[in-house]
Design a protein around this ligand. Structure first.
Ligand code: IMP
Length: 206
């Protein structure tokens, strides 16, 4: 069974755009869960994996469609992996990028070790009680800078420098970010998994 349409379990419009671009080459169209008034799933878990799966199952339950969710965040080495799964709420429940970034930079004041990485876990379920979800992970290694650069991306991107390119996530065009990012890397793995289950020679598999 090949997937043609996927509900994306996110309320983040910029993330949705990234999903759309990454899935188009696979011939999969996306629809936002907001179009079905899906209530946001709670994210109470300690791992990206459990939160991603909870979000995907929640979207499938409310729509009856296959659903794809990601749970992602920024892990800063000197902060013991924080903000991690709490990245969206680092500075409080208001989920403000500006407040989160201000807290991050304040927490790193005087800290020399700026190593960090973004992690994204993608979970795809065919239905709410799918016993064989597809789960993949991607990482993007970089470092945190004190002065923001660029207007693209979202979240922590203006402060996240990709040292190999010398650009922050916010300075990259969306395609370049997609090729480098945690989400992009996870997607590359997802494409392999999808092809293995339903693509190419396996198109007739259930
Ligand atoms: P989620 O929606 O629960 O997965 O929260 C992810 C949070 O991690 C976002 O609100 C951002 O703060 C941060 N984050 C994840 N991916 C990115 C990215 O690509 N750029 C910048 N921030 C990101």
């Amino acid at each position: 069974m090949k997937i043609e349409k996927l509900v994306i379990a996110t309320g983040n419009v910029k993330k949705l755009k990234e999903f759309e671009r990454l899935l188009a080459p696979l011939g999969i169209s996306v629809v936002a869960q907001s179009e079905f008034n899906v209530p946001e799933a709670p994210e109470p878990h300690h791992t990206f994996l459990e939160n991603a799966l909870a979000k995907a199952r929640n979207a499938a339950r409310h729509t009856g469609l296959p659903a794809l969710a990601d749970d992602s965040g920024l892990c800063v080495h000197a902060l013991g992996g924080n903000p991690g799964v709490n990245s969206a709420y680092y500075a409080g429940a208001q989920k403000s990028d500006a407040d989160n970034n201000a807290k991050l930079i304040a927490d790193l004041r005087g800290v020399a070790d700026r190593r960090s990485h973004y992690t994204a876990v993608l979970a795809l379920v065919m239905r709410e009680d799918d016993p064989e979800p597809i789960i993949v992970e991607g990482r993007w290694y970089g470092e945190i800078i004190d002065i923001p650069r660029g207007n693209g991306g979202f979240g922590y991107d203006p402060y996240f420098l990709d040292p190999e390119l010398g650009l922050t996530g916010a300075e990259m065009p969306i395609d370049q970010k997609g090729a480098r990012s945690h989400r992009g890397r996870a997607f590359a793995k997802l494409a392999v998994e999808l092809n293995d289950r339903w693509g190419g020679d396996h198109a007739s598999r259930a």
